[in-house]
Design a protein around this ligand. Structure first.
Ligand code: NAG
Ligand code: NAG
Ligand code: NAG
Ligand code: MG
Length: 266
């Protein structure tokens, strides 16, 4: 009985000292409550001392940081915790839920020309088992195209749960699905196998990049333009993890950005 009572006394003493400190400083500065707030929780509920990584990730997501080639060494663990933890999934889920709300409100005419464009990597399929490797370190190691392509060939990427749910909802609403990826044609069979294995079983078109064809925003714009101008489709929604999936011509009536702090494609 004595020990808890002592502990309680001690807590009250602490609390008292704290209140006294706040009261005396508050008198000196009316803004004390704002400055007293010290957030500790950045990603996934983990305490981390380097809040600059959160700023870095925010700048990445808002496209304020461009053309970066690697996750900063100091943010390797931060990005790892974010990607493997609950926060990343929640962030995707919110985007997907918002996309569904928008899609549901469109009242499709039923002419069969309404398409939804999905990027693949880190949008519908997750390469986290690859990115979690020591040699990749969530993007903190230099890109190794040979190793990544071998991973694509394995066809063992995972479905991103929020995106898979949205995909199924969109099909029910009557959208045609177009997958548009920067991965090369030679991986078509691996990609088909992978998509089907994790639940993406049907689509209108699966567009991969021809060897030698440019990549990034130029490539994606060109393919979307072809879809609309030659294919007669109307891009009602477009979802990607890179800004280069969503910028440029024929971007779609609305675009949705899912998070990706692991790599940048311009
Ligand atoms: C990134 O690279 C692109 C293409 O080279 C260029 O147009 C753009 O201005 C660059 N952005 C920054 C912030 O350097
Ligand atoms: C879609 O249809 C519903 C039900 O008829 C209606 O309430 C809604 O306003 C329509 N939305 C648009 C964008 O036309
Ligand atoms: C890239 O990956 C390949 C295949 O795993 C490996 O053989 C090669 O050594 C790696 N290159 C570098 C620079 O790490
Ligand atoms: Mg992608």
């Amino acid at each position: 009985m004595h020990a808890p009572a002592k502990a309680m006394d001690f807590s009250f003493t602490l609390l008292f000292v704290l209140i006294l400190t706040i009261a005396t400083t508050a008198a000196a500065s009316p803004n004390i409550y704002i400055h007293m707030l010290k957030p500790h929780y950045g990603s996934n509920g983990h305490k981390h001392s380097d809040l600059n990584c959160l700023s870095w990730r925010l700048a990445v997501e808002t496209n304020n940081l461009q053309n970066w080639t690697q996750v900063p060494q100091a943010c390797k663990d931060y990005v790892g915790h974010y990607m493997l933890g609950k926060q990343y999934r929640r962030d995707v889920d919110l985007v997907a839920a918002e996309a569904y709300k928008y899609a549901k409100g469109l009242n499709l005419t039923g002419d069969g020309n309404d398409v939804w464009v999905f990027d693949i990597d880190e949008t519908t399929l997750s390469n986290l088992p690859y990115y979690a490797r020591d040699t990749v370190a969530f993007g903190a190691m230099p890109l190794n195209e040979t190793a990544f392509n071998a991973w694509v060939e394995e066809a063992s990427s995972l479905a991103i749960p929020g995106s898979l749910k949205l995909y199924k909802q969109l099909i029910k609403l009557g959208f045609k699905i177009v997958f548009l990826t920067g991965v090369e044609e030679i991986y078509r069979e691996a990609r088909i196998k992978n998509l089907k294995a994790v639940g993406y079983t049907t689509w209108e078109k699966l567009i991969l990049r021809e060897a030698g064809e440019g990549g990034g925003v130029v490539y994606k714009s060109k393919k979307r333009k072809e879809l609309e101008e030659e294919g007669g489709y109307k891009i009602r929604g477009n979802m990607g993890d890179q800004w280069s999936d969503l910028l440029g011509s024929n971007a779609g009536d609305r675009t949705f950005k899912v998070p990706d702090p692991m790599y940048y494609i311009g």
